[in-house]
Design a protein. Structure first.
Length: 196
């Protein structure tokens, strides 16, 4: 059975696992501690980053965007719309959600990986400003949550789930996005279980 190597806090791993589950792609979740640099992770992704999908043939597929494309092909297009304009919207939503996560994670790493006297607050502020702009853009034009969701919706759910975990203050002044995540979780409880 294919495996997805993941960490429970990772929004990117959540996106990959939720996408596979939503598309009906059978897989085993393998909890992976990247700090330990496990051999199975390095074999799947030489960068040692999660998520990594390992096929039945032992081939490693990484990173989360590539995993989404792989899953979409493997499941006959269950994750991305066939219409070119709608697909572009889905891919841009996924990219925006991923970018918000990249910036939020950069803030976390700056605080965790450097001694307090070496942390560079202007860098943290710059990254958080990007997070805020992305969230404000989404708040102003919150995506609809149709019956048939796509990878962009799943990426946004993973992003907001991560922000709930690490930066719960994100939701202040953003009631539409807060309601969006609740609606996603209510409509898709089986996916919400995999949120960071």
């Amino acid at each position: 059975m294919p495996k997805i190597l993941y960490s429970p806090a990772s929004p990117f791993a959540a996106k990959a696992r939720m996408s596979a589950a939503h598309a009906g792609y059978a897989f085993e979740s393998v909890l992976t501690k990247t700090d330990e640099v496990p051999a199975d992770l390095i074999a799947a992704n030489p960068l040692g980053k999660i998520p990594a999908l390992v096929t039945d043939e032992g081939k490693g597929v990484f990173d989360s965007k590539v995993i989404i494309q792989f899953l979409n092909r493997a499941t006959g297009g269950k994750l991305l719309p066939k219409n070119a304009d709608k697909r572009l919207e889905a891919e841009m939503l996924e990219s925006l959600a991923d970018g918000i996560c990249d910036c939020a994670i950069a803030c976390i790493y700056e605080r965790r990986q450097r001694p307090e006297d070496k942390q560079y607050q202007p860098w943290i502020d710059k990254q958080w400003a990007k997070v805020a702009r992305g969230l404000d853009h989404l708040e102003a034009s919150a995506p609809k949550l149709p019956a048939k969701i796509h990878a962009g919706h799943i990426a946004l759910a993973g992003c907001l789930g991560y922000l709930n975990l690490r930066f719960p203050e994100w939701a202040k002044g953003r009631p539409k996005l807060k309601r969006w995540l609740k609606k996603f979780s209510d409509k898709h409880p089986e996916l919400a279980e995999m949120l960071p």
